[in-house]
Design a protein around this ligand. Structure first.
Ligand code: ASP
Length: 329
């Protein structure tokens, strides 16, 4: 029988009644009946996922690494609000062949049509299946299997909220069995990264008429910045100079706020275009969404991409090119 270590962190799947209390990990697992895999439970947190801290996630990654090193598959159960960030962070911090699956629920366990037990059963099936090795960290909900680097919560209430915009799921769980249709081109990190909670990376989403006050606030408070820019990587002309000045001192990653598709590099060339910004030292996020770009930059800065001589722009650019499958820049 396959072995799966289940880490429970709280979230809707454990939010019976909807008040601040959360069910224990054992109570969450009890909803499953008798699974046909050997389960080892670690009840690590009982929180809404919006209240998970970097310290919580670093401790989780440490325990997940230990579990996979012992040959166990892993299921992480948490709230869906930040599920995609936990999954991508684990993808950067725990590079392994063993399946690591993150799941949760959209409907409380006391409401009609609660989806927690079905999601948990599907996640266990994926984590226990040798055919799901070497896929990187996976997100499994509503019988869909998504790659962590692509998965996003796309709807506030739908049980089919998770998607991989611009791509699609890697597979499905059908009659309780995982069916893998596609395999990712590589790992999310060139080698396993670490995360130092003390590193500070800001994420600023631009909106029309932005006067740059938030960019000014970044100065000296942050070690890196992700700009969720318009369209394929565009900013107002008057923000080019402040961004270029920041990029002289700290890494500034250019992402898109649209929710799908890659930043461009040479289609538009005027002031404030992607071409202009990349030539002024910004690093392209490619198709990585802003929240995930922030985590990758944070992990890179925690893993030696920053030193007394400044930051390693070529190394950071190469790491973003790697996760996006575009080869070394
Ligand atoms: N959806 C929330 C979460 O991500 C629900 C909660 O407060 O448990 O955790």
């Amino acid at each position: 029988m396959s072995r799966v270590t289940v880490f429970t962190l709280g979230g809707t799947i454990s939010a019976r009644g909807g008040d601040a209390s959360r069910m224990t990990g054992a109570e969450v697992l009890a909803g499953l009946g008798a699974p046909d895999v050997e389960v080892e439970l670690r009840d690590v947190r009982r929180l809404p996922s919006s209240s998970l801290s970097f310290e919580d996630l670093v401790a989780l990654a440490h325990e997940v690494r230990e579990a996979v090193a012992g040959g166990s598959g892993v299921v992480v159960v948490q709230g869906t609000d930040t599920l995609e960030e936990t999954a991508f962070l684990l993808d950067l911090l725990c590079v392994t062949s063993e399946p690591i699956v993150v799941t949760g629920a959209m409907r409380r366990p006391d409401l009609p049509g609660a989806d927690g037990p079905a999601n948990l059963a599907a996640a266990l099936a994926v984590a226990a299946d040798p055919g799901c090795r070497d896929l990187g960290v996976l997100v499994v909900l509503a019988d869909e299997i998504h790659a962590a680097r692509l998965a996003r919560k796309t709807h506030t209430t739908s049980v089919a909220t998770f998607g991989s915009p611009g791509a699609g799921p890697l597979g499905m769980v059908v009659e309780g069995e995982p069916r893998i249709l596609l395999r990712p081109t590589g790992t999310s990190a060139i080698h396993p990264l670490r995360l130092d909670p003390a590193v500070r990376v800001a994420l600023i989403t631009l909106t029309v008429g932005d006067r740059g006050e938030l960019l000014e606030a970044v100065d000296s408070r942050f070690d890196g910045l992700v700009v969720a820019a318009f369209g394929a990587g565009h900013v107002p002309t008057w923000l080019v100079e402040p961004l270029a000045e920041l990029a002289d001192r700290i890494p500034v990653v250019l992402a898109s706020r649209t929710g799908a598709g890659a930043t461009l590099s040479r289609t538009y060339r005027g002031p404030g275009s992607e071409y202009d910004l990349l030539h002024r030292g910004l690093v392209p996020a490619g198709p990585l969404d802003p929240a995930k770009a922030r985590l990758l930059l944070h992990a890179l800065l925690s893993s030696g991409a920053k030193g007394p001589a400044g930051y390693d722009r070529p190394g950071i650019t190469a790491a973003f090119a790697h996760v996006n499958g575009t080869g070394l820049a």
